[in-house]
Design a protein around this ligand. Structure first.
Ligand SMILES: [Cu+2]
Length: 177
């Protein structure tokens, strides 16, 4: 083996060690952003065909989730409410938090624009409502964030004709802002 090859191998292995080290030591982004694209095709338990579509994005920090939800083209009449739910794709799950509501919900929940529009808001521990039966108790903000960053949540917009949800989208992301 030539000295050049040996030198090359040393440089390579040192580089790999440094790379591996950086993987271990780089902390998670302090303010990850997540997003979702909503459509009827992601609905459960029945896949829906609707002209409705939507976009969700959120910025997560230690104690808050700042979000923006937009939707349009909904066919099911007035919007009832929109939520973040705990559930993997194709699985129906319980509500983690309200994004907006025209029908009940925690105090301070913003109204849902209807039939289309954009709503913004901030979720804190006070806004985490569950779902207790799936392991997130009310107020468990860190657990809610863990589920969101794990890709185990979805956004769902409910309308009068589609009370179980007309458009839905898996929340993904979590990379650096
Ligand atoms: Cu919902």
């Amino acid at each position: 083996m030539s000295r050049l090859v040996v030198l090359g191998r040393i440089v390579l292995s040192v580089s790999l060690m440094l790379l591996a080290g950086s993987w271990v030591t780089v902390p998670a982004s302090p303010n990850p952003t997540v997003h979702a694209t909503l459509s009827g095709f992601e609905e459960t338990p029945m896949t829906l065909s609707t002209a409705g579509s939507g976009q969700f994005r959120a910025k997560i920090s230690d104690a808050t989730i700042e979000y923006e939800l937009s939707y349009s083209g909904l066919e099911g009449g007035d919007v009832l409410f929109a939520h973040i739910h705990l559930g993997l794709p194709a699985i129906t799950g319980g509500v983690i938090a309200f994004l907006c509501s025209n029908s009940g919900g925690p105090t301070g929940t913003p109204a849902c624009p209807t039939p289309s529009g954009t709503v913004t808001g901030t979720i804190t521990a006070d806004n985490i409502v569950g779902p207790t039966g799936q392991g997130i108790a009310p107020g468990e903000f860190a657990e809610a964030v863990r589920a969101i960053l794990a890709g185990a949540t979805y956004t769902n917009v409910h309308t009068i004709a589609r009370p179980g949800g007309e458009i839905r989208g898996k929340i993904s992301g979590g990379e650096d802002d």
